[in-house]
Design a protein around this ligand. Structure first.
Ligand code: SAH
Length: 400
């Protein structure tokens, strides 16, 4: 087995079970990696040669090793993957028994102690995302374990996430097992009907990570009777939740016309045939400015933008973006208006995000209070040793 030796003082994160070893931590001269194939499992050792952990190796990635086990006598082979996959699924047993929610994340990569592997359930189907080379090379093992444990009708691969480029990998999509998935997979979330496009849909087809926020919108009395602006709407699921809860009207805004094309089917699947909904294709930054110019107001505004900060270096630009849209939204709200505002940038933490929203309220010259806090749901856990896993945060604010 190959091994990498860490430089002096670089073993601490590994001892604390952080799952990543960066290239800069490795003493290349003392490591034995000549016979190691990309994706192979290797040992990680400290400066004195003492065993620390085992992980899979990728010479093309800045994250050179992703750690799998800290036990020397825990061989990483097909049986190992099977046990870890079974554990991750078993941790969701409480969710699997709920007939009202048939779509959720089964495996959340590092945070489920399965670095690089994402598996989402959509009704009878699974969508798999391999984010790393180490997972690419065990894909068949993963598929076999999923088939044995869950007997899905079909498994589709959506390994087309941007981060694969950092691993030196091209995008891959295709059927891995069983029946071809329908163009729109029907599933349920808290009783709401969902239609998920596994082929062209974002992420693995849908934003499963917003389930708790959707539930708030579906059930909170403050949404009732409101004229809702759902900005960055994707296929309009927040709007459907608001409509089901008794909102007066919904305006969805998204730059993706393909996403907006799904709205009508999603409304109809929830028997909202005659509900007043408007779909506006366009750039939210521009559309909000247009509404301000037209003096158009709303009673509730949802802002669920895509990730603005992809690295630390982008934090300043991201906060300017968040401030801009939150400022505009607060200007479009009447007193008593509700702002539901989100950020999915892990580099912008919850404190910074709250400060940005505060800054926006100052510039908009409005006072607002926080009445609710949002985060990623329990099927998107954060491993305590891997705080990077926390990314989604949101605030419910009431304009006073
Ligand atoms: N709330 C949605 C998820 C939103 S994801 C849900 O629960 O399903 C972010 C969305 O913003 C994506 O649909 C993307 O197409 C859209 N988007 C990204 N940049 C945009 C922009 N500048 N203007 C409008 N929409 C944008």
């Amino acid at each position: 087995m190959g091994q990498v030796i860490l430089k002096k003082g670089r073993d601490e994160p590994v001892r604390r079970h952080h799952p990543w070893v960066f290239s800069g931590a490795i003493d290349t001269r003392r490591s034995s990696i000549d016979d190691v194939q990309p994706g192979d499992v290797i040992d990680v050792r400290d400066v004195g040669g003492g065993f620390l952990a085992q992980g899979y190796y990728n010479p093309h990635s800045q994250i050179r090793v992703r750690l799998l086990t800290w036990d020397q006598n825990d061989p990483v082979g097909p049986a190992w993957w099977r046990v870890r996959i079974a554990r991750s699924i078993a941790r969701r047993d409480w969710l699997a028994t709920d007939p009202d929610t048939t779509c959720y994340r089964l495996i959340n990569a590092e945070n489920d102690e399965l670095p690089g592997l994402v598996v989402d359930r959509y009704g009878d189907y699974l969508v798999v995302q391999a984010l790393t080379l180490g997972v690419d090379v065990v894909k068949q093992t993963v598929v076999q374990a999923l088939v044995d444990l869950l007997q899905p009708a079909g498994i589709y691969e959506r390994s087309d996430a941007g981060v694969r480029e950092l691993e030196g990998l091209a995008d891959v999509s295709g059927l891995l097992y069983g029946k071809a998935l329908p163009d729109l997979v029907e599933c349920r979330e808290n009783g709401m009907a969902l239609l998920v496009d596994p082929y062209q849909g974002h992420k693995t087809g849908f934003y499963l990570d917003q389930r708790d926020s959707r539930r708030w919108i579906l059930t909170h009395p403050l949404v009732q009777g409101k004229r809702v602006l759902n900005a960055f709407s994707y296929s309009g699921s927040f709007g459907v939740a608001a409509a089901l809860n008794g909102a007066e009207s919904v305006t969805n805004v998204d730059s993706s016309e393909a996403a907006l094309d799904l709205v009508t089917a999603l409304m109809n699947a929830n028997k909202l045939h005659d509900f007043p909904v408007e779909n506006v294709p366009g750039d939210v930054f521009e559309v909000l400015r247009y509404y301000r110019e037209m003096e158009q107001t709303f009673d509730a505004i949802i802002l669920d933008p895509p990730k603005f900060a992809h690295s630390r270096g982008q934090i300043d630009a991201a906060t300017r973006g968040y401030k801009d849209i939150n400022l505009l939204a607060l200007e479009l709200l009447e007193p008593g208006g509700l702002l539901l505002t989100f950020s999915c940038s892990s580099h912008v933490d919850a404190d910074l995000f709250q400060k940005v929203v505060f800054g926006a309220s100052e510039d908009a010259a409005v006072h607002a209070q926080i009445i609710g806090w949002f985060a990623q749901p329990a099927d998107h856990p954060v491993l305590l040793t891997f705080p990077e896993g926390r990314y989604l945060k949101g605030l419910a604010c009431l304009v006073t």
